[in-house]
Design a protein around this ligand. Structure first.
Ligand code: 3PG
Length: 413
């Protein structure tokens, strides 16, 4: 995909508006940031633009109306960014009103200012996006864009993790200002297009976890396009694949799946198995929790009397063999209930195999990265995406509003 890089912009003494995604998990009791990963990943673009003499203004969202307890100000984000950069990052508790505009006007070359949480503006929350559905052109008339665009010489987007959001801060400034993609956006697109377009072979997808709709939409796309040579299923995804093979898991696991209305995925699972049986691996054995004791059963020995919490030892061994000879590995979702000791073995063993494997690994999604961090050093993973929803949509072949806006901006040059 063709997007302009920040190296193509002359930013010296220019006012540059930089959209980052520093949306972070918030500790409910203290109200402070629990994980600063996205802040760290935003540093290269901020540093390079400020070093090049830009008057740099950062905009970002935090939380959402659907995630209300996370909808806090960006004051702590500014303080943490300043500490990581070793330079002052100003903060103003205003998004696009007179105080923000005044602070932007006073910024010196090399200065950095973070405006307040974009989602304090109605126009930026997902409930507005879903209900009102403005085009990018219509969004140039929103309060945010109308007030800020005239103050800037260029717009940079480095917010891959919000690429699925059709919000003014993500898609409308491109209509009005010279535009470039930041370092993180470019790195994310390189890594993910490397998986989705022309991966080194064999290319292995590990799809586990509880978010089965994500796993199924990716599975459909990567199997249909011939991107995945092998799909290893685990977690609830693996359990639904077993149900599609006519295996009775046992009432506790089936009730869990039914209560979350996940049995609707059995039908697509039957279809995938019919069309791609040679590429899909399903668990050979499972583990269940017998009052704090791990008990394993082969698939032939099912049903299990308690909820299934992990893949079993034979499955772990078979999956490890496949991962060791893979050239490309993509992972979304843990193999089991890794938070409990009895359910952790599959997740732990697969992560240690992936971290030691010769193949290039790409991972993403909050739960996936949290489970990897628990068992391995993330530096041993090839690429850790900051994307959650954006990553899933990208690999499922769904259009991303940010990428459409960036492509349009590049083609308008
Ligand atoms: C994310 O955390 O996935 C991004 O920051 C986007 O957040 P959102 O899902 O609240 O739009």
């Amino acid at each position: 995909m063709k997007i302009r890089s920040i190296d193509d912009l002359d930013v010296r003494a220019k006012r540059v508006l930089l959209r980052v995604d520093i949306n972070s998990p918030i500790d409910l009791t203290t109200g402070t940031i629990r994980d600063d990963n996205r802040l760290r990943k935003s540093l290269p673009t901020i540093r390079d633009l400020a070093d090049a003499g830009a008057r740099l203004v950062l905009i970002a969202h935090q939380g959402d109306t659907l995630d209300y307890h996370n909808l806090v100000s960006l004051e702590e984000h500014a303080r943490l960014l300043g500490g990581m950069l070793g330079r002052s990052v100003g903060y103003i508790d205003d998004v696009a009103g007179p105080a923000a505009r005044d602070a932007i006007g006073r910024l010196e070359p090399g200065g950095i200012l973070l405006l307040d949480n974009l989602r304090f503006l109605t126009e930026e929350v997902s409930t507005f996006e879903n209900a009102v559905k403005l085009t990018a052109d219509e969004m140039t008339g929103t309060y945010l864009v109308r007030n800020l665009a005239p103050l800037f010489d260029a717009y940079v987007n480095d917010a891959f993790a919000a690429a699925h959001r059709n919000a003014p801060s993500m898609v409308a400034f491109q209509e009005l200002l010279p535009t470039a993609g930041g370092r993180l956006l470019v790195a994310e697109l390189d890594a993910l297009s490397g998986v989705a377009e022309n991966p080194d072979r064999p290319c292995v997808f590990v799809l586990g976890g509880l978010k089965i709709s994500d796993a199924f939409s990716m599975m459909r796309k990567v199997l249909a396009d011939g991107v995945a040579d092998v799909v290893l299923t685990a977690g609830i995804t693996g359990q639904v694949m077993l149900m599609a093979e006519g295996i009775i898991l046992g009432e506790p696991s089936e009730a869990f799946i039914r209560d979350r209305s996940l049995e609707v995925f059995v039908e697509p699972a039957v279809e995938y198995l019919r069309n791609y049986r040679d590429k899909i691996r399903v668990p050979l054995d499972i583990a269940y929790d017998d009052g704090g004791r791990r008990v394993e059963l082969s698939v032939a020995e099912l049903p299990a009397p308690a909820p299934i919490i992990d893949i079993g030892t034979n499955t772990i061994g078979a999956y490890r063999e496949i991962l060791r000879s893979a050239a490309t590995i993509f992972v979304n979702g843990p193999a089991g209930v890794y938070e409990s000791e009895v359910g952790a073995e599959g997740t732990r063993e697969l992560w240690s195999t992936i971290a030691a494997a010769a193949g290039h690994s790409v991972i993403g999604g909050g739960d996936t990265v949290a489970s990897a961090r628990r068992f391995v050093d993330l530096n041993d993973i090839g690429f850790v995406s900051t994307g959650g929803g954006a990553l899933i949509r990208y690999l499922s072949g769904q259009p991303l509003p940010l990428l459409q806006a960036m492509e349009k901006a590049a083609s308008d040059l």
